[in-house]
Design a protein around this ligand. Structure first.
Ligand SMILES: *Cc1c(COP(=O)(O)O)cnc(C)c1O
Length: 437
């Protein structure tokens, strides 16, 4: 039995049906921007394994960081103990994030970090004598993870809230942030936001959003004015702002952190994904002494969260190495060059009848189709073109490792233009013209 057959008998994949006959590809090895498949084919990676692998796979510096740490200890509990990798990473994070975010809480995945951020906001409100402030305001089109409270602030439609209606807390949604990145907000873009604050500020534990780039909820880039307006409203109504930079952190949007596009500092910042360069699962929250101190001064005085693998030394060591590697590299130039190449490379898609929009920001390129992609027929087409591109819904998108060279990036864009170019809408889906359905 081959690997994929064995897999199909006993495994679930992300957002998939067990037993569904969907294409699956075994990976034997990965290096740089290439995935080497079990069947001998090699693919140029356009996904950075969902935002994470900014330095490419199997990087000697990151390998060495893990190996070095492994000689001392792979893990030790964080209750009552501390270690150099955790302290050094926390110091780095405080130094590189916007001023004022001086206190770090480590979690083991993005979703867990979001749970912890929401608990942090609620505990802050309780500690300052505002226990009725329990809800969160968030724009539609967001994505914050798959656990239940994180789900409650995901877009209600793509987050499938209907399915979980009885168990999800009811949060307060405002319309998607408008207008697009690079455009100025007009009064009408902010009216609903202002009205929501005016009516509900007294119930709000916090506002949670993805700054500038909405990721898995729709891959949209929005106006810096909108983010600044939220910051001003949060200040006026004394509501903490949680910025989820789990996807955008570490340069992906063209700034080290997407908040910097708008010059906004959140009260709680969530980081994950590229934090370890894609080596291990780790997430971090940064917050202000005001929030951490208020929680410490309230009842019970403790922040009620503490994952078993909190501040895992291997993860912290590789994260620190990844940050140093990034900051010592010409990352800004690389991301700018990727942005240019994506703009030019994906532009031909814009003229196709089944393409709604092509948009690019930083090292993120998006081709939005008019109908959802038929994954069963389309996914193998990308592999046949020698690239790893994993569309979802109506979105075909690229977010390659920052180290990708000009030639590989041109091949990646070329493959997207070819595969998207041969799609046609049939039965409400985008399928290859020559597919038999
Ligand atoms: C991926 C993601 C999460 C969830 O992180 P996991 O590590 O998958 O739990 C949360 N927020 C954003 C913006 C993300 O992109």
């Amino acid at each position: 039995m081959d690997l994929c057959e064995r897999d199909a008998r006993c495994l679930w994949h992300p957002y998939s049906a067990w037993g569904a006959d969907l294409p699956l590809f075994g990976v034997r090895r990965a290096e740089g921007v290439r995935l080497y498949l079990e069947d001998g084919r090699e693919l140029i990676d356009g996904m950075a394994s969902w935002w994470c692998v900014i330095h490419g796979y199997n990087h000697p510096v990151l390998n060495a960081a893990i190996e070095h740490q492994l000689r001392d200890m792979a893990h030790v509990m964080f209750g009552g103990l501390t270690h150099e990798p955790a302290v050094a990473l926390a110091e780095r994070l405080v130094a590189i994030t916007p001023d004022g975010l001086d206190v770090v809480f480590f979690a083991d995945s993005g979703s867990v970090a979001i749970e912890a951020a929401m608990k942090m906001a609620i505990q802050y409100q309780v500690a300052r004598g505002e226990p009725q402030r329990r809800r969160f305001l968030t724009p539609r089109g967001g994505y914050h993870g798959d656990t239940l409270h994180a789900m409650s602030v995901c877009d209600p439609v793509t987050g499938m809230h209907g399915l979980f209606r009885e168990v999800l807390p009811q949060q307060l949604f405002v319309e998607r942030p408008e207008p697009a990145f690079g455009q100025a907000c007009e009064a009408r873009n902010l009216a609903a936001l202002e009205a929501a604050f005016a009516e509900h500020a007294g119930e709000l534990a916090g506002v949670i959003l993805e700054p500038i780039v909405q990721g898995a909820g729709g891959m949209r880039f929005y106006s810096t004015d909108w983010l600044r307006a939220v910051r001003a409203l949060c200040d006026r109504h004394d509501v903490p702002l949680i910025a989820d930079e789990i996807a955008t952190g570490f340069g992906r949007s063209g700034r080290l952190f997407a908040c910097e596009h708008a010059g906004v500092t959140p009260d709680i910042l969530a980081l994950g994904k590229a934090l370890t360069g894609g080596y291990m699962t780790l997430a971090a929250l940064l917050t202000t002494p005001k929030i951490a101190g208020t929680i410490a001064g309230g009842e019970p005085g403790l922040f009620m969260h503490g994952p078993t693998f909190m501040a895992n030394p291997l993860a912290c060591a590789v994260a620190r190495a990844s940050i140093d590697l990034l900051l010592d590299s010409p990352w800004q130039m690389r991301v700018d060059a990727i942005e240019d190449a994506l703009r030019r490379g994906l532009a031909p898609c814009a003229d196709l009848p089944h393409v709604a929009e092509v948009r690019v920001l930083g090292a993120i390129g998006v081709v939005e189709l008019t109908e959802p992609v038929d994954m069963k027929t389309v996914q193998p087409r990308f592999v046949e073109h020698g690239v790893w591109v994993r569309p979802f819904g109506r979105l075909v998108y690229l977010m390659p490792p920052f180290v990708i060279d000009r030639e590989d990036l041109a091949r990646l864009c070329g493959a997207v233009v070819e595969v998207v170019g041969e799609l046609a809408v049939r039965g409400g889906r985008c399928v290859p013209c020559n597919a038999s359905i």
